[in-house]
Design a protein around this ligand. Sequence first.
Ligand SMILES: [Zn+2]
Length: 146
Amino acid sequence: MMNQRNCPICRTPAANGCDHLALAAEGRDFVRRCVELCEGQQAWAILCQQRQEQNQVRGWVPEHRDFTWLETAFCEEFLRHLTWFGGMDHEWRSGPRPEQGGFWVLLWSKNPQRLWWELRGELEHESASPSAQQEAPPWLIWLSPR
Ligand SMILES: [Zn+2]
């Protein structure tokens, strides 16, 4: 295994697993798994719809903020500032055949269960009241075709 990672809290190799490994998932599955593990699917669906509508208002191309699949963007927006966020790493893991290997995303926390509770709260809060930062400036709405 290349570039093997250790737990930032107890230094156990990630492949061995420890109580601090909240999630190890392939990059493309990471965001979906996070949402599942915190049981925030409902809030997440609302949030995605809101963001899509806002992007249409602003005339943004969808790729501009596609945090639904880009684990780094998701981490920056929803995970990094959480109290129980312990870190995120990438680790190359090989599959049964060389071409099936891929980058896995590792998410660390001193207490994964609390991290998931916190994330769920975050998603529910965001979907209930989008933060001011997420609102389009008024002049942009005026310029948008109706
Ligand atoms: Zn650990």
